[in-house]
Design a protein around this ligand. Sequence first.
Ligand code: CA
Length: 236
Amino acid sequence: MRNSPVGLGSILVVEDERAIAETLLYALRSEGFRAEHVDLGSEALLRHETAPFDLVVLDVGLPDMSGFDVLRSLHGRIRPGEVAVPVLFLTARGEEIDRVLGLELGADDYVVKPFSPREVAARVRAILRRGTLRPQRPEVPTDPWHRQPESHRIVYHGTLLDLTRYEYRLLDLLVSHPGRVFGRDQIMAMVWGDALDTSDRTIDAHIKTLRAKLRAVCPDADPIRTYRGIGYALES
Ligand code: CA
């Protein structure tokens, strides 16, 4: 068992971009974690070997070695009976393959840059809460939706959706209120409030293209529900 003498746990942030590292340290510390930072993968291995951390936040693109190599080394050093240190990967946009590789390697979670530091802190907390009860192979998070309101993006089952402006607004409205049924009038006001020439058909057409885009990512799911004569909702 790893021990965490003070606070919620000790976190090592491995990130070569200073600004990102600093915002992460700030967010983690204000959540009550003890957080430290190194720039290089080799430093991370050394530090963890000397005094093990409870969790490692690991950038994939490091100057001296890749985050994946760091993870392999971390896991390669486990002695029988020890639990692998949980790892949360930080990946750059478009590193989908890297992401999958990361999860196959045994990472516990990942976030795509740019991310909100508070979200990272929340995920760190969630991973540590799972603690030693977590299965050998990490489960992919069950919530398929990952909203990134700052950058107007939505990730669905790990895939960044390519959305037009109104598709984004419409989907974001539904995703941010799962289970709530929005009438066409409400959708019209909240999504197309600034547009001049729209009708119910506009909404239906956008729902149709959204469904096609979601189906392309996950063919078996149809998360947008139609309530005849009323409107639409995201399944909760
Ligand atoms: Ca980097």
